[in-house]
Design a protein around this ligand. Sequence first.
Ligand code: GNR
Ligand code: NI
Length: 169
Amino acid sequence: MTIKNILVFPDPRLREIAKEVTIFDDDLRQLSEDLLETMYEFNGIGLASTQIGVAKRILVLDVSEEKNEPRVFINPTVKILDEKEKGGFDEGCLSIPGFYEEVFRPTNVEISFQDLKGINQKISPSGLLGVVVQHEIDHLDGKLMVDYISPTKRQRIRSKLLKLKKNKT
Ligand code: GNR
Ligand code: NI
């Protein structure tokens, strides 16, 4: 069990397209545990492998009140069931610390994925779960929540985070 460092925007590694998982072994289980531990440590409700610099299609999340319902999604894909039905939600991101932006995402979706044993699963998430899964799948495709806002706003966030980084070292 290890707590990993989380990459911060505009780190270029956050733009990598993560690769499909093909081997379901102890290393994969270890990585999933590390992701969950890191997510809980930083009080996140989701985390994508991309955010710790490992470009594999793995995401973890826990949207429960008690923080006792860890879930692992391997090779997840989204199917949008209703293109027009969208909800706005104030999103945060551990890779964009201190910023919250409203993002509109499809609310009627179906998620297909594999579990840690490599078995195919399918869910129709509602509410927060649907938002977070889509936010994490975006990470696996090198996409960030700031890509949904205006370039001017994105640039401002980028400058502020770069300045913070410079002052840290
Ligand atoms: O902790 C997180 N909270 C959150 C809130 C609203 C929408 C999405 C999220 S995910 C985020 C953790 C994170 O950055 N995951 O990639
Ligand atoms: Ni995020």
